[in-house]
Design a protein around this ligand. Structure first.
Ligand SMILES: [Zn+2]
Length: 248
């Protein structure tokens, strides 16, 4: 695994690799049981595990802030406006554009999706050599796998899935215990994103339509590895498309 942070500028310049991975984290409320850094911790882990399996991918430092306007009103949330994030990504991608073929963007935070898709499209219209790819976690099987593991609906934010992931990845920072299960309130909403601030719908900041509490580190690990598998497949596929294109 190659991390840009650990390399010298001359190693980067000499590297035969022209593939970069930019992890995009988020600092936002995650309800009463999870820390504000949840999405950043998960993004870091996914990026490291994916980069381990793709040796010539150079992992860039994680961006700890992104678009979390929907979480404003909860203390500790730090958010960028979509235009700001677009500008930061433009600046970062431009920094490596001269010596990169592909820059993969990895974000675990759903609130970034529309902005990142727009950035990907806009960048690729105007850049021929260095292309941007948003690692796609949605078009494949992760939701189906997660729904099976959680025996029902997948939480949209800070519920069963994310608490389970936290129990596996950063258990000391997770406040959820069996004993406080009974006083947990769930919010049953099919559509909340793009409808205003979360705080207007869920005062505790959890969006999870599954009426049951299903929290376990085993489930969390399996969810994470479904994301890792999908991320590796996505990136390897994009790299192989490039190779085929070059040889023809
Ligand atoms: Zn999250």
């Amino acid at each position: 695994m190659k991390k840009l942070d650990n390399m010298t500028t001359f190693e980067v310049a000499k590297s035969s690799s022209k593939l970069f991975l930019l992890p995009i984290g988020s600092t936002e409320q995650h309800g009463p049981y999870l820390p504000l850094g949840t999405d950043t911790f998960v993004t870091d882990y996914l990026s490291e595990q994916i980069a381990k399996q793709i040796p010539n991918l150079i992992q860039l430092p994680t961006l700890n802030y992104s678009c979390a306007n929907e979480h404003l009103g909860f203390a500790g949330t730090l958010t960028l406006n979509p235009q700001t994030l677009m500008q930061i990504l433009t600046d970062l991608c431009r920094s490596v554009a001269d010596y990169s073929d592909k820059i993969f963007l990895l974000s675990f935070h759903g609130g970034n999706k529309l902005v990142l898709q727009l950035f990907e499209a806009e960048w690729n219209y105007t850049h021929k050599k260095s292309k941007v790819y948003l690692v796609d976690f949605t078009s494949n099987q992760t939701d189906l796998i997660e729904a099976k593991l959680l025996k029902g609906k997948v939480d949209k934010h800070a519920g069963n899935g994310e608490i389970s992931i936290g129990k596996y990845l950063f258990p000391k920072n997770v406040k959820f215990e069996k004993t406080n299960e009974k006083d947990k309130k769930k919010i049953i909403l099919s559509k909340v994103f793009n409808r205003g601030k979360i705080i207007d719908y869920s005062s505790i900041g959890i969006i999870d339509s599954n009426p049951m509490w299903i929290v376990s580190p085993k489930v969390g690990k399996k969810i994470l590895y479904s994301y890792i598998d999908q991320g590796v497949k996505f990136i390897k596929n994009e790299i192989s498309i490039q190779k085929k294109g070059e040889s023809s």
